[in-house]
Design a binder for this molecule. Structure first.
Ligand code: NAD
Length: 324
């Protein structure tokens, strides 16, 4: 199978590309990535010599580029997105453009060129916030941030292509990911790198917001299951790592770094901050046999160690993005 992977130089996309290519000498992947502030082509260095690997720098919103790249692929796995909620609060335009227009350009081109399966990678944030219980794939969408609204819009565009054109589209919605190569603006690498630098970490509000954390490799394995066995026109939840509050997470990161609570600075809450996310993952377990493999304690320890050992990866990124 030859797969077009959009956003393959980012955190999750690069894990997907590395894992598919390193498992199979015969598979082929073309990465289409604009290399925005969060894209890092060196994330793909371990597979750069794989005979089936091709890298194209380009924008998913540009129809000519997408039309040139699309032919010859059997499937699209679509990761490319503007992905950081705080940035979407500062300015929503790139989120509407990349997440919605870019998705529409890709869907149309895939149809035009007769590409089969289209896996649209999305997020639990499209459902908004839930105080008790868990969302099923039938729960209504109620996004609260410009990021999640733009992802919800792209999910609906993808599903509409199945209903209107019979296109072979599948949507995945995953909980919060963590692991190595995550851009250091997201909470786990942000807190970890700040503690390594001896700086305080900014905790939003009362720290009571609950997130389900899933290791990026469990997410990518689930995407492969959906790519090969998911039913067209369906949504699949991916999650089941561990639900914890941001305060509990902060405590674990402080302990890993050998620091106490004096390193925490409470900051005003994020505008529109969702209180809790929770996904019911029964469907993917029952239909595709998915189970997360990496415990949060084990995965978090490995992630913190990776950031400790790879300052040369994140220091230039922080400088480039003017992150303190
Ligand atoms: P990321 O920001 O690390 O990577 C995004 C990648 O997309 C980058 O390589 C960037 O250069 C590329 N990109 C951005 N705009 C582009 C454009 N116009 N054209 C081509 N490439 C472009 O993001 P991530 O955390 O790896 O997230 C990947 C996908 O997974 C996103 O769709 C996101 O919504 C979804 N997701 C993320 C999480 C999470 O916890 N990180 C959870 C669930 C779903």
């Amino acid at each position: 199978m030859r797969i077009l992977v959009t956003g393959g130089a980012g955190f999750i996309g690069s894990e997907f590309v590395r894992s598919v290519l390193s498992a199979d000498a015969k598979s082929g992947i073309t990465v289409l990535d604009k290399i925005t502030y969060s894209g890092v082509e060196e994330n793909l260095a371990p597979v750069a010599r794989h005979p089936g690997y091709t890298f194209v720098r380009g924008d998913i919103c540009d129809t000519d580029t997408v039309d040139a790249v699309m032919p010859g692929h059997d499937a699209v796995v679509h990761f490319a997105a503007e992905s950081h909620v705080d940035r979407s609060i500062d300015g929503a335009a790139p989120f509407a453009e990349t997440n919605m227009v870019g998705t529409q350009v890709l869907l149309d081109a895939a149809r035009r060129h007769g590409v089969g399966r289209f896996v649209h990678v999305s997020t639990d944030e499209v459902y908004g916030s839930i105080s008790r219980g868990s969302w099923t794939e039938e729960s209504p969408l109620a996004p609260n941030s410009p990021y999640s609204a733009s992802k919800a819009g792209s999910d609906l565009l993808a599903l509409a292509c199945h209903r209107t054109h019979g296109q072979d589209v599948v949507v995945t919605r995953c909980s919060n990911n963590y692991g190595c190569h995550q851009f250091p603006e997201k909470v786990i690498p942000l807190f970890t790198t700040r503690l390594i630098e001896g700086k305080k970490v900014p905790l939003y509000g009362d720290g009571g917001n609950v997130r389900d954390w899933l290791h990026v490799s469990d997410h990518c394995r689930a995407i492969e299951l959906v790519l090969r066995g998911g039913r067209a026109g369906e949504v699949y939840h991916i999650g089941g790592g561990r639900e914890i509050t941001n305060k509990e997470l902060t405590g674990m990161l402080l302990e890993a770094a050998g620091h106490g609570w004096e390193m925490v600075q409470q900051v005003p809450d994020r505008r529109g901050h969702d209180r809790r996310y929770s996904l019911d993952i029964t469907k993917i377990q029952r239909e595709l046999g998915y189970r997360p493999r990496i415990s949060f304690a084990e995965g978090l320890a490995a992630t913190v160690a990776w950031y400790r050992d790879n300052r040369a990866w994140w220091e230039p990124l922080k400088a480039r993005a003017a992150l303190s």
